[in-house]
Design a protein around this ligand. Structure first.
Ligand code: PMP
Length: 419
């Protein structure tokens, strides 16, 4: 393994690379919650593919399903052909996820990754309503292609694209003004005011917990008020569950707790289960007005990912064991964060389920904590507009002893930064 030198990346790979700068080593193998490098060092992975590895690295059950499928010459690339792997996935998703929750959605495969799902959601909302503009939120993150970028709040990330293609109007996310905004009466006033300059929007796109935006948690009442506004004013509600879906917050869909039913839902990251690219756009059946082939793409049917996705749903979502684990492990992280906040000034924490953020008043400290943690064997990343939040997204399946070990490393890193 040691034949791959780090210089190959600095010399040959584009300057756009990011995470590797924070974790300056060459990684080679991974299993469960652990990833190791060519120097033989092991790290607890509390970033888990930015939320793409909810069931851990090389999950043995998913690995076996994948190896069996490939060994049997199962189709790898199948455009959007009807295949057994795709059919099994669709039926499993229906039986294990949608039907038990009383949800009725058609499933679109919009392309390999999260941003493809967001693009198709925005396009479809515009096609259904015949309206152009989209309402997004402060600190939102929806992806890097131009449509998704237009509804992403981070100005550094938008800068590379110049002028956004989609007309988007940002609204304050829940708690933006410190919990002052309790309803959307103000928004309806702006909507009705011919002098406001606001075009009647096709859709609102929202994350229930903003992951990249700094672990900003929307309250259930706020989400309900937003869903109610959309219903009354005939605006489509898109929930982007790319990062918070697949169990991260404690329920399969992050919006279940609020009891709302979005018109369109995007899923990606952990839906493939094994870290293989797969994205879904879920569409209320009456909104499925796509013409055949109107939104296509070569990599819409990732058959190996259908296999691991269906296996993951069968393994983890036919009862509520994992859901309950997410809640208790999330509480464990929150308890550790509460202790840190009591011990040190200038710290706070927030989160839901197994997405938890430790917020530093002094933004630069968050980055220092992550880099010390890396040196001590823990991968954790920052998020938020000024990278002021240490965001933890460990695999949902992590052993509690590993969870505690990672939290101890993090506590040690905070101590070192403050000493
Ligand atoms: N939406 C949300 C909420 C995300 O967190 C992300 C990725 N961080 C995306 C969309 C984009 O997904 P991808 O990187 O797979 O294109």
């Amino acid at each position: 393994d040691a034949h791959v030198n780090e210089s190959v990346f600095t010399e040959l790979e584009s300057e756009v690379r990011s995470y590797c700068r924070n974790w300056p080593t060459v990684f080679t193998r991974a299993s469960g919650s652990w990833i190791s490098d060519t120097e033989g060092r092991s790290y607890l992975d509390f970033f888990a593919g930015a939320g793409a590895l909810n069931y851990g690295h090389n999950n043995p059950i998913l690995k076996k399903a994948l190896i069996d499928y490939i060994a049997d010459d199962g189709i790898t690339h199948g455009l959007d052909m009807s295949t057994v792997a795709k059919g099994d996935f669709l039926q499993t998703f229906q039986d294990v996820i949608l039907a038990p929750r009383g949800l009725d959605y058609k499933v679109q495969f919009p392309g390999p990754t999260g941003t493809n799902a967001v693009e198709s959601a925005l396009k479809l909302a515009r096609k259904v309503t015949g309206r152009e503009s989209i309402i997004n939120f402060t600190n939102a993150f929806h992806g890097m292609t131009l449509g998704s970028l237009s509804v992403t709040g981070n100005s550094m990330k938008r800068a590379g694209a110049g002028i956004p293609l989609v007309h988007a109007t940002p609204m304050p996310f829940d708690n933006y003004f410190g919990g002052v905004v309790e309803d959307f009466a103000w928004f309806e006033r702006v909507l009705d005011d011919s002098g406001s300059g606001l075009n009647r929007p096709a859709a609102v796109i929202v994350e229930t917990v903003q992951g990249e935006g700094g672990v900003n948690v929307a309250r259930t009442e706020w989400l309900r008020a937003l869903a109610d506004l959309c219903k009354r004013r005939d605006i489509l509600l898109i929930v982007d569950d790319v990062q918070m879906g697949c169990g991260r917050t404690g329920t399969f869909f992050s919006f279940e707790e609020a009891g709302i039913t979005p018109d369109i839902v995007t899923l990606s990251k952990s839906i493939g289960g094994y870290g293989l690219p797969l994205a879904l756009t879920l569409i209320r059946p009456e909104l499925d007005v796509w013409a055949p082939g109107e939104h296509n793409g070569t990599f819409r049917g990732n058959n190996p990912a259908f296999v691991t996705a269906a296996t993951a749903l069968q393994t983890y979502w036919t009862d509520d064991t994992l859901s309950r684990e997410v809640v208790s492990k999330g509480d464990r992280i929150a308890t550790a964060f509460t202790e840190l906040c009591e011990r040190y000034d200038g710290l706070s924490h927030r989160g839901r389920g197994m997405v938890q953020g430790l917020v530093f008043d002094e933004a630069s400290e968050a980055g220092k904590v992550c880099s010390i943690a890396f040196g001590a064997g823990l991968l954790a990343e920052t998020s938020g507009p000024t990278d002021e939040v240490v965001k933890l997204l460990p695999p949902l399946t992590i052993d509690t002893s590993d969870l505690d070990a990672g939290l101890a490393i993090l506590a040690g890193a905070v101590r070192e930064v403050r000493s």
